[in-house]
Ligand binder design. Structure first.
Ligand code: SF4
Length: 320
């Protein structure tokens, strides 16, 4: 599988954004249309069965639909992660002709007030409208909710909203100390009592809503998620906007480059990297010290893992 960040450009600049995305803030060297379509075609040839297109806001990329259609027409199942602010009738119509496994939309509040504290200048009404549009066009809907001090009190109302919108899944977990959330950590991080009450609510609603809405929140923290991935490495290439391949959003290593390597070469490097000593050390340190304390956790930079993992020319040049 693949999680493909098409861009770090976004129409929003959310306070908790793990990629530090903002209007015009692309990663240096993002793939061109021709390069993105080539990567899509090569993924199809390699029979990659499932691709998640994310960002930044992936629908802002001029070749977003070209890329999605190349993948979908080639037989890959697709998940589209969007903030829903520009999710149009035309976009929904074209996407609905593809093998869409889900449209995932973030609802970080049940009221405009909380939602806008998380996503300044955005509209909850538009995000809800995008959810309805996805459902009207017959596409499965997933909702995500990132808890912070600004919105955790509305979490249960967002569960109810997801249910009312016909979503099949509600994804959440502890706030990740990555990107802008890391920079604003002391203001955004919920307290442990807040997390305990949040978790109790999720446990209760998961039981109550079984078979109607799938509440996904385990692993609950980035540390737990990384520990699980290190012990049972996932089969999901994490593709950056410039074509490099990383292991996970919580680690800072680039391990391959699809501008220079085939999909099977990138896959081999990805598999090898999960057992590399530096990766294991970083995962252990994050487990031991917590995600925020651990030096390797990135704010917005990716560096080559080692000399035998060649990656592209923009490697290590990004800054927070
Ligand atoms: S959280 Fe999503 S919508 Fe918000 S700035 Fe980041 S990529 Fe954009």
């Amino acid at each position: 599988m693949a999680a493909w960040q098409l861009t770090y450009d976004c129409d929003l600049s959310c306070v908790h954004c793990c990629t530090l995305s903002a209007p015009g803030r692309k990663m240096p060297g993002e793939l061109s249309r021709a390069e993105a379509v080539d990567v899509a075609d090569r993924r199809v040839s390699a029979q990659v069965p499932y691709v998640m297109l994310c960002g930044g806001e992936p629908t802002r990329v001029p070749h977003f639909l070209d890329t999605a259609e190349r993948l979908g027409w080639g037989g890959a199942w697709l998940k589209i992660e969007t903030n829903g602010q520009s999710f149009s009738e035309e976009l929904a119509t074209r996407l609905s002709k593809l093998p869409i496994r889900s449209i995932q939309i973030s609802l970080d509040g049940a009221t405009e007030e909380s939602y806008r504290k998380m996503r300044p200048a955005a509209s909850l009404e538009k995000a809800v409208g995008a959810c309805l549009l996805a459902r009207v066009h017959g596409m499965p809907l997933e909702i995500t909710f990132a808890p912070t001090t600004l919105n955790i009190h509305e979490a249960e109302d967002v569960v109810d909203l997801a249910l009312a919108l016909g979503a099949f899944r509600f994804n959440t977990g502890k706030l990740m100390a990555v990107g802008r959330a890391r920079l604003l950590w002391e203001n955004l991080r919920p307290s442990e009592p807040q997390y305990a009450s949040f978790r109790s609510m999720l446990d209760a609603r998961r039981t109550e809503l079984e078979g109607r809405l799938d509440l996904c929140y385990e692993p609950f923290s980035m540390e737990e998620d990384l520990a699980l991935r290190a012990s049972e490495p996932p089969g999901t290439l994490f593709i950056l906007p410039d074509g490099r391949v990383a292991l996970s959003g919580g680690l800072s290593h680039a391990v391959a480059d699809l501008r220079k390597q085939s999909v099977s070469e990138a896959w081999a490097a990805y598999q090898k990297a999960w057992s590399h000593a530096r990766v294991r050390e970083d995962v252990e340190r994050i487990e031991r010290e917590g995600a925020f304390m651990a030096p390797p956790v990135r704010t917005h930079s990716w560096a080559p893992l080692a000399d035998d993992f060649p990656t592209g020319s923009t490697a290590g040049k990004e800054t927070a």
